[in-house]
Design a protein around this ligand. Sequence first.
Ligand code: HEC
Length: 183
Amino acid sequence: MFMFSALRENVRVLTACLGLGLLVPAACIAAESPQLGQSVSAAEIAAIDFTIMPDGTGLPAGSGTAKQGAALYQQHCQACHGDKGVDGINDRLAGGHGTLSSEQPIKTVGSYWPYATTVFDFIRRAMPYATPGSLSDDEVYALTAYLLYVNDVVAEQAVLDAASLPKVEMPNRDGFVWATVVE
Ligand code: HEC
């Protein structure tokens, strides 16, 4: 009786054990648990819980300028996004200001994105395309500063950090409407 109820608990083990014939080894009776509900470590959560909100909540320590970002951009980004964010093989990152309501809107970080803080978030989480997560927070601040600089949003020597980045006003900040959830 015991043997059969134990086997019923785990179809996978049952199948494996039946394959062995009528003599059922002890290992098959002590059926494995399905290993559901393992707890997640704080380090595992920290590795994916790094969202930065529009108001800058979640921005890490560190800082960078467009000047520092220029060299990093050339090394890590230019091959795909082009010189100063234009004419690359992938998304255009600069220019297009004032085109959004035209016949041919050009959406870039400068013309379209409403918040500078989320530029940091996006680069840190997703770029460089092939090796996301490989840049330090200082490097991401510098690259954010560089992209804002080539979009005429910040000065070349502006130091961006957790305090100054949320204060940067993007040109299209007021070009979005908040959706109201109707219950
Ligand atoms: C191998 C090519 C490649 C490299 C290198 C690369 N990117 Fe990208 N990038 C892409 C692609 C492809 C997308 C579009 C991704 C998507 O839409 O999901 C993108 C999107 C972006 C966007 C969002 C553009 C928008 O308006 O939606 C930003 C910002 C960006 N990349 C910044 C960078 C920065 C900064 C670097 C260097 C650290 C970099 N990328 C390196 C391929 C690349």
